[in-house]
Design a protein around this ligand. Structure first.
Ligand SMILES: [Fe+2]
Length: 256
């Protein structure tokens, strides 16, 4: 990848020899060198400089190779070392933990081999959650969100746990292997009603949740299932309490 003079670029905390992961800010006419998973974590489309002009929609991703991005406030660029790399070793990289070690005692089964990387702070964005989640046709109530990203790993055949509580909006991008995000009627594998299959570079369309009262989010029962050894990216949008809003007015206006 090559940075234009205006762009800033840094490795994400979970970048490793298994998987190079970079954050690019303020990209203008930015060259993507080689085959790369390009994630648009923002709420405006990111245009690819090809004909016909097409864009990466908000909160989504694609795989690009040797092309240019016209403009983007933020991009996440992910490049696995090789498609056939033995990914299990990524969980021995610094910052990775079994989820049972990250949560309190008894919160998560050590029998489920789900591992999480270090989490990185990406940026702060403004959007109307009801608009982004497809609940109304116009953005009426802009709110501030802290954007955080981390990787997950689970080996082939892992059902990563059915759950339905998050105090943020989450979006998932497949990075390595074949997996799926699944929705259920209740906390029971037999109650599955939707199976979203994911291959590298694919982001689940439309976050799974709906807005709830007082900036909460209502999720269906859902889980990630790894069909092969899988690495996937989670991007979390954490609402900032209004009393703590930090963006200066000009930035608020620019992001509308
Ligand atoms: Fe979840």
């Amino acid at each position: 990848m090559s940075a234009t003079p205006s762009a800033t670029e840094r490795p994400l905390k979970f970048s490793s020899p298994y998987l190079r992961a970079d954050l690019v800010r303020d990209a203008v006419d930015y060259t993507i060198e080689g085959r790369t998973i390009v994630v648009n974590p923002g709420t405006t489309p990111v245009t690819v400089a090809e004909v016909p002009r097409k864009s990466i929609p908000p909160l989504s991703s694609t795989v690009l190779a040797d092309t240019r991005i016209e403009k983007a406030d933020a991009l996440l660029l992910l490049r696995p070392a090789a498609e056939d790399v033995e990914m299990t070793g990524i969980t021995r990289e610094p910052g990775w933990h079994h989820l049972a070690d990250l949560l309190g005692p008894g919160e998560f089964s050590r029998d489920t081999p789900l591992h999480r990387s270090a989490q990185d702070e990406i940026n702060t964005v403004l959007f109307d959650p009801a608009y982004i989640l497809g609940e109304r046709e116009a953005a009426l109530d802009q709110r501030e969100f802290n954007v955080r990203a981390n990787l997950w790993f689970a080996p082939a055949g892992t059902d990563c746990f059915i759950h339905n509580t998050h105090d943020f909006i989450e979006v998932h991008t497949q990075v390595h292997g074949l997996g799926r995000m699944q929705r259920f009627r209740d906390h029971d594998q037999a109650s599955l009603y939707q199976d979203v299959l994911m291959s590298p570079g694919y982001t689940t369309p439309d976050p799974f949740c709906a807005t709830g009262p007082q900036c909460s989010y209502h999720y269906p029962m859902h889980q990630y299932r790894a069909d092969t050894d899988c690495v996937w990216l989670a991007i979390e949008y954490h609402p900032v309490p209004r009393a703590l809003r930090t963006l200066p007015v000009p930035t608020l206006l620019e992001n509308r």
